[in-house]
Ligand binder design. Structure first.
Ligand code: SAM
Length: 260
């Protein structure tokens, strides 16, 4: 049982590696989330490997599929299988039964959005799709607001305005965002500007979207409360000033407050 995850283009059919094409050609079968969509790709490259349907509702077919096709290449609708699509469930299924899983590197939507955003992306958080509603959504948004890394989100066009509005409420309307739309396709664009501007720009959005939201500036410490709490713990003078500095108060100011 050998499963090979094969990333496929997120728009532009040229975005596929030579290795991916060879693996698709040589596999016993190609399992696809949507066979109609994947057939276009295979036909474009003259690949005649057998194409079978496999999504989260048809995982029950896996034992039969593997006994017939021991090496299965897996493709999802677009991008890297396992990133916000049914790929991860399939990987878990195969690993749990002692099978072999290989993953080819290749296209995925969030990387070009992230690196084109213009934000400091040395560290980042990938959140994929937000929970749709309720407490889970509110809690996830609160965690994103508290994160000190830029966050990457996937969003469908019809939910985009609501999500941008919620982000504007949470971070403030002037907070920056990058909205990457239709990456690698004819109408590709990247909006970089305040959340309020994004709301205006994408009032009736069409296409596929990735959002990159940089972290909020850290809240300045409540200095008076901090001094009081540290004095209550018996700190004074130089010790107090050093503790204030460690809590983020600029050194000069920390000494002034401590010696007052
Ligand atoms: N596995 C895919 C990947 O590696 O990126 C993601 C699959 S997820 C079901 C589909 C979402 O990816 C879309 O709703 C959109 O947020 C994002 N996406 C896919 N293609 C895109 C594109 N060309 N431009 C912008 N976003 C895209």
């Amino acid at each position: 049982m050998r499963l090979i995850l094969v990333p496929t283009p997120i728009g532009n059919l040229e975005d596929i590696t030579l290795r991916a094409l060879r693996v698709l050609k040589e596999a016993d079968a190609v399992a696809a989330e949507d066979t109609r969509r994947s057939r276009v790709l295979l036909e474009h490259y003259g690949i005649r490997t057998r194409l079978v349907r496999l999504d989260q509702h048809t995982l029950g077919r896996l034992p039969a599929l593997f006994s017939r096709y021991p090496t299965l290449a897996y493709v999802t609708d677009a991008g890297t299988p396992g990133i916000s699509d049914p790929g991860a469930e399939l990987v878990a299924w195969v690993l749990a039964r002692g099978g072999r899983v290989e993953a080819l590197p290749g296209p995925t939507a969030f990387v070009p959005a992230l690196v084109a955003s213009g934000f400091d992306v040395r560290r980042f958080a990938f959140e994929g799709f937000l929970p749709r509603k309720g407490r889970e959504r509110r809690e996830r948004l609160a965690r994103i607001r508290a994160d000190d890394r830029p966050t990457v989100l996937y969003e469908s066009p019809h939910r985009l305005p609501a999500t941008l509005a919620e982000l504007a409420e949470l971070f403030g309307p002037d907070h920056p965002v990058a909205v990457a739309r239709e990456l690698t396709k004819r109408h590709e664009e990247v909006y970089r500007g305040p959340l309020l501007g994004a709301l205006q720009r994408f009032e009736k959005p069409r296409g596929e979207f990735v959002l990159v939201v940089p972290p909020a500036a850290p809240e300045p410490p409540d200095e008076a409360a901090l001094v009081e709490a540290l004095r209550a713990r018996g700190l004074s003078g130089r010790d107090l000033a050093e503790a204030l500095t460690r809590a983020g108060v600029p050194r000069n100011r920390a000494y002034r407050l401590a010696l007052k």
